[in-house]
Design a protein around this ligand. Structure first.
Ligand code: XMP
Length: 537
């Protein structure tokens, strides 16, 4: 997976300057990661959190004052795609080195430090991309107790040839004379390799040394530990006002709803709009979990007819999205009005949404898709966003902590417009949606039985508006083609097609053809992203 990520095109994350900061949990140590545009910047923050230290990813240009305001115990400078010598390349604000906290530069971050402090950085003839061998000559503080020889992951062309004066050169690699350096006195550390990717087996140990030994962090933070804190915050925010929450059946809105219910009980009402474009039994599962398991007041609206009527004659995917998005808002507003005088709306906004809310990048484009089937920003509610500081896997941990059913916690992402955008090239009629729903059910059933569901980012079927000739029981048939799409991914920005076992594929195909009269052919999509997208449009 990460292999694929490394070779895939990089898209620097952009930030909306106006995006509100996340609420830092009180009484926990934090380390700030400054993003210089590297493809792994989010991953660095996640890995720091996995070490038990709360971490925020901020754009590199926020300035030293903003970093100081957060009172972090340490600072990490991420990698980035630029050469330190390129025009317009992000520079190092020297004040960042005067905050009185340790600084770790990774890749581009290390090169910035080297350049600023008088080391020698040059564009090398040969870049160093992929797996490399690290030789530790002087472990210093950062690499203490780690093997002298280890493999690591590199992705750079500029190279540090000499550490700044007064620094210890700790290690070299296949193509980097100085692959790690440090100055304990100055509290400045640099590594050329990427500790955050799985291909650096001791990477997490290096981060732990920096966070624990160097920064002196108390490594106690966990996603689950935010529950009590959030409960207090939600109570303080909403007082005794009424709150509503749109449930989609996905993990984010479910966890947000349960958390808010834990805080304010029946002041919360959930609204679940079943647009008839869900997967098989999905609506029933959501209703059962919320009404029966948690006793959360829930309005479930069966709006299938309304959506199908609106979708009649609509074949273009973008047009489908628009129709569904608009109708969703209409139904939601009608139901919210019936509840009356609700002041707050719960949203399952995640930390990655906060980071990616800038415009102009691939990230932002995907985000605009995500909003389809969601709610617009100008609804007349104040927002309650209890998951704003969490990454997806952390939300799952909170969901598990709150006792949500395993099926809900581990549900794969599902687009807001649902199965309608997976009937491609034609109208999403009830008949086609039912064929697709049944095919999808077989796929999920077999993937779960094979124990692969959690390994896949997404697995689903696509139903093109195409029929082909087949032969079954001596008879000529003319049936639908079902496409199997299964991908691995870390964040949906890039994805690889999943190598499902042949026997499993055969079992899935034969079940689809035997059990679904309308289907006589099954094919597998073997396109990664890029160049493809995950969904078909
Ligand atoms: P693509 O197809 O662009 O999808 O590679 C990336 C991720 O976004 C999901 N997706 C959507 N999610 N509403 C959503 O809520 C949408 O309209 C939508 N379109 C795509 C997709 O399933 C994948 O996880």
């Amino acid at each position: 997976m990460a292999d694929h990520l490394v070779t895939a095109a990089t898209a620097a994350t952009e930030f909306a300057d106006e995006s509100a900061p996340v609420e830092r949990p009180t009484a926990v140590d934090e380390v700030v990661v400054l993003d210089y545009g590297g493809q792994y910047s989010q991953l660095i923050a996640r890995r720091v959190r996995e070490c038990g230290v709360f971490s925020e990813l901020l754009p590199h240009h926020v300035g030293a004052a903003e970093v100081r305001r957060r009172k972090p115990k340490g600072l990490i400078l991420s990698g980035g795609p630029a050469s330190v010598y390129a025009d317009g390349a992000p520079k190092l604000d020297p004040e960042l080195l005067e905050l009185g906290i340790p600084v770790l530069g990774i890749c581009y971050g290390m090169q910035l430090l080297a350049l600023k402090l008088g080391g020698r950085v040059e564009g090398a003839e040969v870049g160093e991309f992929g797996r490399s061998q690290l030789t530790v000559r002087d472990p210093g503080r950062l690499l203490a107790e780690l093997p002298a020889e280890q493999s690591c992951w590199m992705s750079h062309r500029d190279t540090v040839f000499a550490a700044p004066p007064g620094f210890r050169e700790l290690a070299s690699s296949t193509e980097s004379p100085v692959a790690a350096f440090e100055s304990e006195e100055r509290g400045v550390y640099g590594i050329q390799f990427h500790p955050e990717v799985v291909h650096t087996p001791y990477g997490q140990d290096v981060l732990k040394r920096f966070l624990g030994d160097v920064c002196g962090c108390d490594m106690q933070w966990s996603a689950a530990s935010i529950v009590e804190e959030q409960v207090e915050r939600i109570r303080a925010q909403v007082g005794d006002a009424k709150v509503i929450c749109g449930l989609s059946g996905g993990v984010d809105s479910s966890v947000a709803a349960v958390l808010v219910h834990k805080a304010i009980g029946d002041q919360l009402t959930c609204i679940f709009v079943d647009h008839g474009l869900m997967r098989k039994n999905e609506g029933d599962q959501v209703v059962a979990a919320f009404r029966e398991q948690y006793g959360i007041p829930l309005v479930a609206v069966d709006a299938e007819r309304r959506f199908l009527d609106k979708l009649r004659g609509v074949t273009e995917p973008e047009a489908k999205r628009k129709v569904i998005g608009a109708e969703f808002i209409r139904v939601f507003e009608e139901e919210a009005a019936k509840i009356g005088d609700a002041k707050y709306l719960v949203q399952g906004t995640l930390y990655s949404d906060v980071i990616e809310s800038g415009g102009g990048t691939g990230a932002a484009t995907i985000k605009s898709h995500h909003n389809v089937g969601g709610l617009p920003e100008d609804l007349e509610f104040e927002l309650v966003e209890p998951l704003r500081s969490l990454f997806k896997d952390e939300v799952r941990a909170v969901g598990a902590e709150l006792g949500l059913p395993e099926r809900l916690v581990w549900r794969q992402p599902f687009p807001g417009p649902g199965l309608a955008i997976r009937v491609v090239g034609g109208e999403a009629t009830k008949e086609r949606l039912d064929v697709l729903r049944d095919a999808d059910y077989i796929l999920q059933d077999e993937i779960r039985k094979a124990g692969l569901y959690r390994d896949l980012w997404q697995s689903f079927c696509v139903l093109p508006d195409v029929r082909t000739v087949g032969v079954q029981g001596d008879e000529r048939t003319y049936g639908y083609v079902v496409v199997i799409r299964a991908v691995t991914s870390d964040d949906a920005m890039t994805a690889d097609w999943a190598r499902l076992p042949y026997d499993l594929l055969e079992q899935i195909a034969s079940r689809m053809i035997n059990e679904l009269r309308e289907v006589n052919r099954v094919v597998l999509d073997i396109t990664s992203k890029p160049p493809g997208t995950i969904e078909w449009e």
